[in-house]
Design a protein around this ligand. Structure first.
Ligand code: T3D
Length: 263
């Protein structure tokens, strides 16, 4: 499928998806949803992929839904936004969170509406200091979607989640780092270098163990400790059967750097 609204690059074990409608601040239309979905499906089925970076072209990460097609004339039936979520945004968040490798959001600029919440669904968010996170939904009468009402209170607590969602006030990248919404806020001119360094690091790491780690952490709020311990047992059992575990222990004993293959 020709890609007109995204860029998708493969380099060794690194996959990079760039939202690419800069004149519309990388807001999502149907075509972009379809292209992103195809790219994520290809990453999920790609045995060589060991890390995914999601970023935006131009001055924004993403401004969420393209509002261009959302005007409703007097007397016209409103669009069924539940359908859009069911068809596009919910599968998008499920695809990102289910990927069996670290997913890094490189937030290069404003992340608003679903754009902010797509970033939050990634495993690590690294933001340029000039970036802002805006739960823009309240400004147009909507509810934060794309997992926003799930991730926000878990990441920043109820009071801050409420404040951000109800006021739609922009949150600076530095404040977002302080609040635990992003992992790191870095100088704008070091974002690419920082993200590339981290992506290269993950591309040489024990991918299956990392995938099980993110799965365990994502499940942490779903069950009581006693049940969660059973999950950790199962994941550790699976990790213990990987080639990378064997190599990790072997390398430690031989006092050398391990050569992980992601297997
Ligand atoms: O509908 C459904 O399917 C339900 C799902 C909803 C999910 C959602 O994401 S709802 C929330 C949608 N997003 C927003 O409400 C954010 C709208 N955008 C903004 O508030 C502002 O653009 C920003 C705060 C993100 C950035 O402000 P600023 O001043 O830096 O830029 P700007 O001048 O507003 O925007 C620059 C251009 O991008 C401008 O176009 P122009 O005038 O140069 O031709 C603007 O119209 C366009 N743009 C920005 N955001 C969107 C957009 N065009 C379409 N849709 C957008 N979301």
């Amino acid at each position: 499928m020709a890609q007109e609204t995204i860029l998708f690059e493969r380099e060794g074990g690194i996959r990079r998806l760039t939202l690419n409608r800069p004149d519309k601040l990388n807001s999502f239309n149907v075509q972009m949803h379809e292209e992103v979905a195809a790219a994520l499906r290809s990453v999920a089925g790609d045995k060589e992929a060991r890390v995914l970076v999601i970023t935006g072209a131009g001055r924004a990460f993403s401004a969420g839904q393209d509002l261009g097609g959302r005007t409703v004339k007097e007397g016209e039936a409103p669009p069924d936004l539940g359908k859009t979520l069911e068809a596009y945004y919910n599968p998008l968040i499920r695809r990102i969170t289910a990927l069996e490798m670290p997913v890094i959001a490189a937030v290069n600029g404003v992340a608003a509406g679903a754009g902010a919440n797509i970033a939050m669904a990634c495993d690590l968010v690294i933001a340029a200091k000039s970036a802002k996170f805006i739960q823009a939904f309240a400004k147009i009468g909507l509810v934060p979607d794309s997992g926003g009402t799930w991730h926000l209170p878990r990441l920043v607590g109820m009071a801050r989640a409420m404040g951000l969602a109800l006021t739609a006030e922009p949150l600076s990248a530095e404040q977002a780092e302080e609040w635990g919404l992003v992992w790191k806020a870095v100088e704008d001119d070091t974002l690419t270098e920082t993200v590339n360094g981290l992506a290269e690091h993950f591309a040489s790491q024990p991918t299956k163990g990392l995938a099980l780690t993110k799965k365990a952490i994502r499940a942490a709020f779903d069950s009581p400790l006693s049940e969660h311990l059973d999950k950790e047992r199962d994941y550790q059992r699976a990790a213990g059967k990987t080639e990378d575990y064997r190599e990790g222990v072997q390398a430690f004993m031989e006092k050398r750097t391990p050569e992980f293959k992601g297997k």
